[in-house]
Design a protein around this ligand. Structure first.
Ligand code: BDR
Ligand code: CA
Length: 303
């Protein structure tokens, strides 16, 4: 099994990623920390709590950053709905929402782990940047960061920037300069890993978990007639099946200013960083294998 920490902003595709991680016995989820992103942090934290309860798991949820390090916060509720997880009744709203304990819990869990742990951020990287600033010693106990975000090609917020990096580019810069091994699971791969209409229809038939996911995915259909992207789920697919992905090693810098703010710049020619690299970048994916794998994951979920 792989010990992982999910740092996320659920969010429809984050919810799918959390569902996979909580149900696949290959993953030992040590902590779910939340961050402001798709919706404000109290909502992303509530959504994480709802999922842990939905799957009857005993996994700690910690509440993280309310806003990016420097840039003003802008949510994506128009994509993910006002709640961040629309279209399904998860029962009573969780009370006792943990607030502002993510950095301390990340620190505690990472330092307590006997072996280096894998960090899986699927929101903006604000908590991780704060953690690295306040407790740099954690870096030695992180095996790798498999992060959804960024793009070498076209962005999805601006022409240049992907949403997670656009939300907190300064945090992304700190993460990419940290020296911790990083796998960048960005739009270059995730926009090719679309769930087809057939996959979506199949998922809806797979018990209570399938119904829940199909219900929240419905909100994503608009504008995605060719199939819906499952950005965040790709981090876990990569961990289980790296063979689905084609990767290239590059140095990634992050634009923190100007018209390309939030862009992840890959030093493809190796000219700026003398051929040194700081990330493995997913540039392509076997979409059919991804669809089949996702169906199998949902089929084994137990709510
Ligand atoms: C990323 O942005 C968010 O809206 C999704 O949850 C995903 O993490 C895709 O750009
Ligand atoms: Ca996300």
């Amino acid at each position: 099994t792989t010990k992982i920490i999910l740092d996320s902003d659920p969010g429809i595709d984050d919810a799918a990623a959390i569902s996979v991680a909580l149900n696949n016995p290959e993953f030992d989820v040590q902590l779910i920390s939340t961050v402001a992103g798709n919706v404000m942090v109290d909502k992303t934290t509530k959504n994480a709590l709802k999922l842990v309860r939905f799957f009857n798991k005993d996994v700690l949820v910690a509440g993280g950053a309310e806003q990016p390090l420097i840039k003003p916060f802008e949510d994506a509720a128009r994509v993910h709905g006002e709640s961040g997880m629309p279209g399904y009744d998860f029962g009573p709203e969780p009370t006792d929402i943990p607030r502002n304990n993510a950095v301390e819990e990340l620190y505690r869990v990472i330092m307590a782990a006997k072996e280096p742990i894998t960090l899986v951020p699927t929101g903006s990287y604000t908590n991780i940047a704060l953690l690295f600033k306040q407790h740099p010693e954690v870096k030695a106990n992180i095996k790798e960061i498999v992060a959804m975000g960024g793009a070498i090609g076209m962005g999805n917020m601006t022409s240049a920037a992907e949403f997670n990096v656009f939300t907190d580019p300064h945090a992304a810069e700190i993460m990419y300069q940290s020296g911790v091994p990083i796998v960048m699971v960005g739009l270059d791969a995730t926009m090719k890993a679309l769930l087809t209409q057939e996959t979506l229809a199949k998922i809806a038939t797979l018990g209570k978990s399938g119904e829940m996911l199909a219900a929240i995915f419905r909100h994503y259909y608009e504008g995605h007639e060719d199939g819906i992207p499952m950005h965040d789920v790709n981090t876990l697919a990569y961990l289980l099946h790296p063979e689905f992905y084609r990767t290239e090693d590059y140095w990634i810098d992050v634009q923190t200013d100007g018209p390309a703010i939030g862009e992840t710049v890959a030093d493809i020619r190796g000219a700026y960083h003398d051929g040194k690299t700081n990330a493995k970048v997913c540039v392509d994916i076997d979409a059919d294998a991804f669809n089949q794998w996702f169906i199998d994951e949902v089929a084994q979920m137990k709510a």
